[in-house]
Design a protein around this ligand. Structure first.
Ligand SMILES: [Fe+2]
Length: 161
């Protein structure tokens, strides 16, 4: 029996400024039966909620900026976590999976950069809405199909991943 060591920490929660008080809501059908991945997905749904709440409540731009920053960092952490698991277990569909991750990273980075550049609050709110919408669509599609396949593979491995 051997152990797989991951260089990415087992990130189970995000200690951002505002999200601890808000409930983390992930629709039950997105639970994949992999505790670490499920927990990280819950955080991404929570960040989605944070973006929506702040955006709808006409929060000031710095609130949205905090959430955006948290999202950017957490997306990177989560995707690296999955990528290390795929490499450690020689997952055969790694290329397709990485392509999905690249799409999310690229869009979040692009919108975050735009968010930092614009000064107008309404424009910032529009960008936050765009990233929230993209994140939601991506999570729904990626978890339901791509991550489900990965978790099925991981859970079939003799050494638990
Ligand atoms: Fe994934």
């Amino acid at each position: 029996m051997y152990e797989v060591t991951l260089s990415i920490p087992f990130a189970t929660h995000y200690e951002g400024s505002t999200m601890i008080e808000n409930p983390i809501i992930m629709p039950e059908q997105f639970r994949l039966n992999h505790p670490a991945i499920d927990m990280q997905h819950e955080v991404l749904f929570a960040l989605y909620n944070e973006l929506k709440i702040s955006q709808e409540n006409q929060e000031q731009a710095f609130e949205l900026g905090d959430i955006f920053l948290g999202l950017n960092g957490y997306v990177a952490t989560h995707l690296l976590f999955e990528e290390e698991l795929m490499r450690a277990f020689h997952y055969p569909q790694v290329a397709d999976h990485l392509e999905g991750h690249r799409r999310l990273t690229e869009r979040v980075t692009l919108l975050h950069n735009r968010f930092k550049q614009v000064k107008d609050l309404q424009e910032k709110q529009r960008i936050a809405q765009d990233v929230a919408q993209f994140l939601w669509d991506w999570l729904v599609q990626h978890i339901a199909e791509i991550d489900r396949q990965l978790v099925k593979f991981l859970n079939e491995q003799p050494v638990s991943a």
